[in-house]
Design a protein around this ligand. Structure first.
Ligand code: ADP
Length: 664
């Protein structure tokens, strides 16, 4: 090969190698578009084998529906040269964007087309990203402003238009100071100094000026802008209008301050309340103490008064069985009545003081309710008779009479209701009813009611009726006597008996008072009809039994002695425990009536000594305490210490008789 030919051949070799390995797709087409030659990139890009490609034409790489465009472009290429962008399809049907440069070439009078095809997938993607970014920048609510190093505005998005009120055309090319208030111009100088050092200023707060002159609060981030060559050419401002935020922040701060000062006030009030509370607590403590002292005083004083009352009532009872003329009998009846009323009042005061001192308790003892009901109905009949009222009763025939509970307190409530009904009724009738409400194996709930046709209760008084010391007529000229304590005590008793007390009443028509109470059934004892007629004052002659009466109070001693004598027993007296022990040495007694509070040796200690001695003698002597102290606990103490029974002072001759008869 000569040198010229060899050189041409070498060049051709180089071109061929370059074409074969080029980074772009290179295809040679015939004038009809048939593929004549492809490089490696073409094979890789379309996914066809070389043979397959060589049997195809240009149109098979293009969108089948837009072949007319492809055709026109190919024809243009044949005439010279054409550049365009389109889509090419791979063997698997997927497509990719391409940039095509096609050149018509004439070889040996034949026309060919050489196409250099570049896969522009990445570029299109980047362009899309850029478009998205641009749209974001354009549409964000923040103002995004570009400026050069001198501060001349180079870009201005929609956000900036919204915030500042300037259209893009109005500000492009103008200095950024159009939106900076005069006193903030320094900001700008400082910022530009930093930008020139390549620093970024993040979220500083400042003020900016709108087109209409209004000042707004903004938060600005300024970043340097570099060109592709890395040269600093300007800065971008991202500005957020924080006027609303500021307002809200301000409002929040004000609210916070308001709440803080309220809180402080509250703390001060709380402090004051606490110290007031302390003062109140102290005052309450004092009041409680005073109240306690009052209750104790009342309990003591009523106890003290009960002792001479014992004397008075005892003497009256003794006088009743002596020979008296008509006048004396009448006076004695009056004395008897008044002293019993006085005793009633004393008992009421004692009850209230016990309740207030928390010492009011119920007895739990077997009793026969028939006896209680008999007594009530008898009293009701008598009283109604005296007042010309009609009395009627209904007592459930199916109630069990042997019960366990507090007979005395039950009697007290019923007598109070019956007495009120009689007291407040001028004419008409009183109806007393007892109904069984519930009974189980060991429990019985009874409802007692007392209905009258009396004055009734005014609406405005209904809420107060159970309060202490309250009466419907509180004037000084009131018609009805009473303390206003009866119903209050009855309510306390009802509560203790796990029951209730209430009423229905119509003014001037009458009232019905209801009272419920729970009792235990007593199956242990078969009560004998205790029809011991309490009016029975027959004297028993029983000289064989001897009683020792131990009592320090001279009058009481006389009364008890007279009663015992009336009952027909022999007796001796001793003025204190020591004397009693002396008498016991030389005499034998069947029973001792023992006072509790005595000088030298009291009733408790004397009993203890007597019981101790009985261990040697093996003889048990009955001891009955005469308690004046009616606070609960004393009676129990008597039994505990070894006494057989007790009677409360003041007692009448019948009570004494019945108690003694239990033992001798
Ligand atoms: P007292 O009868 O000692 O005044 P109570 O506590 O038993 O005390 O009664 C309080 C008041 O309730 C009576 O003063 C009376 O005003 C009124 N009250 C009680 N029972 C009746 C009744 N049956 N009819 C009319 N008023 C009554």
């Amino acid at each position: 090969m000569n040198g010229e030919i060899k050189k041409n051949y070498d060049d051709l070799q180089i071109y061929q190698t370059a074409l074969l390995n080029a980074n772009d797709i290179i295809i040679l087409f015939s004038s009809e578009g048939k593929i004549l030659k492809v490089n490696l990139k073409a094979i890789n890009s379309y996914g066809y084998e070389e043979d397959e490609l060589l049997s195809m034409n240009i149109f098979e790489l293009r969108n089948k529906e837009k072949l007319d465009i492809a055709n026109t472009q190919f024809e243009k290429a044949k005439l010279g040269e054409i550049e365009f962008e389109t889509i090419h399809y791979r063997k698997d049907g997927s497509s990719f964007p391409v940039e095509v440069k096609s050149i018509g070439v004439e070889i040996n009078k034949g026309i060919f087309v050489l196409s250099i095809i570049r896969d522009i997938t990445n570029r299109v993607k980047n362009e899309e990203e850029i478009r998205k970014l641009a749209s974001l920048v354009e549409n964000t609510d923040d103002a995004i402003i570009g400026k050069d190093l001198e501060g001349v505005i180079t870009s201005w998005n929609l956000g900036a238009e919204k915030i500042y009120g300037y259209k893009r055309e109005e500000v492009l090319g103008k200095h950024i100071s159009v939106i900076i208030p005069e006193d903030k111009i320094n900001d700008f100088c400082e910022i530009m100094k930093k930008i020139k050092n390549g620093e970024k200023i993040k979220g500083f707060e400042s003020k900016r000026k709108k087109k209409n002159g209004e000042l707004i609060d903004v938060s600005i981030t300024v970043s340097p802008i570099y060109n592709l060559a890395g040269k600093l050419i300007g800065a971008s401002n991202i500005t957020r209008d924080v006027t609303e935020n500021k307002k809200v922040e301000e409002e929040l701060r004000e609210k916070y301050e308001e709440i803080s000062s309220l809180y402080e006030e509250l703390i001060a009030i709380e402090e004051e309340l606490r110290s007031n509370y302390q003062v109140l607590e102290e005052a309450k403590g004092e009041a409680d103490k005073a109240n306690q002292a009052k209750s104790e005083f009342l309990a003591n004083i009523s106890h003290e008064i009960r002792t001479p009352m014992n004397g008075i009532i005892g003497v009256i009872d003794l006088l009743k069985v002596t020979k008296l003329n008509k006048n004396q009998k009448e006076y004695l009846e009056m004395l008897s009545y008044s002293s019993r009323v006085l005793l009633g009042i004393l008992n009421t005061i004692l009850d209230i003081s016990k309740i207030e001192a928390g010492k009011f308790e119920l007895a739990v003892k077997p009793f026969d309710i028939k006896r209680t009901l008999n007594r009530i109905t008898k009293e009701l009949s008598l009283a109604c008779n005296n007042k010309n009222l009609e009395a009627s009763y209904y007592i459930d025939p199916y109630i069990n009479y042997n019960l366990i509970g507090d007979e005395i307190r039950l009697n007290q409530v019923l007598i109070n209701l019956v007495n009120n009904a009689i007291k407040f009724t001028k004419s008409g009738q009183i109806v007393f009813k007892v109904k069984k409400i519930e009974s189980t194996n060991n429990k019985l709930i009874l409802e007692f009611s007392v209905q009258d046709t009396g004055i009734g209760i005014k609406e405005e008084f209904k809420n107060d009726i159970f309060k202490r010391f309250v009466q419907q007529d509180m004037t000084s000229t009131k018609k009805y006597d009473g303390t206003g304590l009866g119903l209050a005590i009855s309510r306390d008793i009802a509560k203790l008996m796990k029951g209730d007390i209430w009423f229905d009443s119509v003014e001037n028509k009458g009232s019905t008072f209801y009272f419920t109470a729970e009792f235990l059934m007593d199956y242990t004892k078969n009560y004998k009809e205790t029809s011991c007629d309490l009016q029975d004052n027959k004297i028993i002659i029983n000289k064989t039994k001897k009683i020792l009466i131990v009592e320090d109070n001279e009058i009481n001693m006389k009364i008890v002695c007279a009663m015992v004598e009336k009952l027909g027993y022999e007796f001796e007296g001793a003025y204190d425990g020591r004397e009693a022990l002396e008498k016991l040495k030389d005499n034998s007694f069947d029973l001792i009536l023992m006072d509790i509070q005595m000088p030298e040796l009291n009733g408790y200690d004397a009993t203890k000594i007597i019981r101790a001695n009985e261990i040697k003698t093996m003889v048990h002597i009955y001891i009955i305490a005469m308690t004046a102290y009616s606070m609960n606990g004393d009676k129990e103490r008597c039994i505990e210490i070894g006494m057989d029974d007790y009677i409360s002072k003041p007692f009448d001759i019948d009570t004494l008789k019945n108690t003694i008869l239990k033992y001798i």
